[in-house]
Ligand binder design. Structure first.
Ligand code: SF4
Ligand code: SF4
Length: 445
């Protein structure tokens, strides 16, 4: 198994699906009259509610304070009145309290020109504080609060700073739109992050899908005389995964519970880099993000800049509504996103996209027995053998499943995507992980 792990690179080439959205400039979505703002929009503990019903808030008022393990601040995306504190189930299944704000009053920052701040004279601790105050979290989907991720590394120095411009999933082009439209801000964010980490090398990683942004980035790098290089990678999925990206850029492999930081690498998504720029240079809290609305059921797919808390139904309407009946609505990408039935679901800091997929785009194959073709093994970017795991899970052999490296699985979905027998491998792997964890916690009692 070790040999197989070391020689396989893995990955798949799902249909792109981004063309319709990527060819148009990003537009600003309409300001919502009502925002439903969850207090859990990151990995870790939810923010603690900081406002009461009836209270007036300004754009950017802290409505959720960072509280507990790996938490992040949450800010009011619009000025207005808090009309309700509610509970909702997020697209990823987590429960969260949410603050409902009805629009009222004037915007403090929207439409105003903000003077850049002289951050180069600041200490690193001040830069980290600004990132914390702005509630910045990893916008590629993982949601780790950035002030936690950017704390001085316990396990050695950051040798590689990698700006992830590889797009996390097919169908999404929100990262490409930022690379193309905001290269100066991304390059200045690289400067800020380089100040924090003093990396030996800084790289902006692009794929075939995002490399059209190269010339704008090169101009911005030259103008700023910045020490950062562009690196072009294959556009297979999941090139944007931290583990795959670190291996492709630095040649270092990361396994199991080890983080990429332990391998001397810091990976920052381009959306997060823009949020870091806005936090540090402009003093702006994270109250909006860029996302893709796409899929063949959408009349006018687009990339939009959207206020946190806006409903996904309003975004779909803004993109012309449905031109075909959607078979599935997904928040996120088609490989790892979460199917939702409720169009009132709010946009959160982690919403990379909203997809309305037709029957043709689902590629469902009726489930049959494994034909031992080995495609899942070749596709696994972590060098696992999903077919073996599938057999071990069927036998209920949880110890063997653990020894075969199930906790190296990043749930990327490549094995299930490529399987000609339609075996729901990823669902089985997720379930087996929770069994093993459950058994281990029972043993520890
Ligand atoms: S879901 Fe897990 S087992 Fe399947 S390809 Fe991805 S990493 Fe490998
Ligand atoms: S891809 Fe599917 S059919 Fe082929 S070996 Fe893997 S589990 Fe079996």
């Amino acid at each position: 198994m070790r040999l197989i792990r070391s020689i396989l690179k893995g990955g798949v080439y799902p249909p792109d699906g981004t063309r319709a959205a990527r060819n148009h400039p990003t537009w600003n979505a309409m300001i919502p009259a009502r925002c439903v703002v969850p207090l859990l929009q990151h990995a870790g503990s939810p923010a603690r509610r900081h406002v009461d019903v009836g209270q007036h808030v300004e754009e950017g008022t802290v409505i959720g304070a960072s509280h507990g393990y790996e938490s992040a601040r949450v800010h009011a995306p619009i000025p207005g009145v808090v009309t309700e504190i509610t509970r909702l189930t997020l697209a990823d299944g987590r429960e969260s309290k949410a603050v409902v704000i009805e629009l009222d009053g004037e915007f403090q920052q929207l439409g105003k020109s903000i003077q850049p701040r002289a951050w180069r004279g600041w200490k690193n601790s001040r830069i980290r504080e600004e990132i914390f105050h702005a509630g910045v979290v990893g916008l590629g989907g993982e949601g780790i609060p950035s002030h936690v991720k950017y704390s001085p590394p316990e396990n050695g120095l950051v040798e590689w700073l990698i700006i992830n411009g590889c797009e996390s999933e097919p169908y999404l082009s929100n990262d490409y739109s930022l690379l193309r439209e905001r290269p100066q801000q991304i390059v200045e964010a690289v400067e800020i992050l380089s100040r924090l980490f003093s990396p030996r090398r800084a790289v902006i990683a692009l794929t075939t899908h995002t490399r059209a942004a190269s010339s704008g980035l090169r101009k911005a790098i030259t103008a700023a005389d910045a020490r950062v290089q562009l690196q072009h990678l294959d556009d297979k999925y999941p090139q944007g995964d931290e583990h795959t990206l670190v291996r492709a850029v630095s040649g270092r492999a990361v396994r199991g519970a080890a983080s990429v930081t332990q391998a001397g690498c810091m990976v920052v998504n381009v959306g997060t880099a823009v949020a870091v720029y806005e936090a540090v240079v402009l003093g702006k809290p994270l109250v909006e993000r860029t996302l893709t609305v796409g899929g063949n059921a959408i009349a006018r797919p687009a990339n939009l800049k959207v206020r946190i808390g806006a409903s996904i139904g309003n975004l779909i309407e803004e993109c012309g509504g449905f031109k075909h009946a959607p078979r599935k609505i997904v928040i996120g990408g088609p490989m790892r996103g979460h199917a939702v039935a409720d169009l009132s679901q709010p946009v959160t800091k982690l919403t990379t996209g909203v997809l309305a997929l037709t029957e043709d785009e689902l590629y469902t194959v009726p489930e049959t027995a494994c034909v031992h073709c080995g495609r899942c093994v070749r596709a696994c970017p972590m060098g696992l053998e999903p077919v073996l795991l599938h057999l071990m899970i069927g036998q209920g052999d949880h110890r063997a499943v653990k020894e075969a490296g199930i906790f190296d699985c990043t749930e990327c979905g490549c094995c299930g995507f490529i399987c000609p027998s339609g075996i729901p491998l990823v669902d089985q792997l997720k379930q087996a992980k929770s069994w093993v964890r459950h058994e281990e916690s029972d043993d520890g009692e």
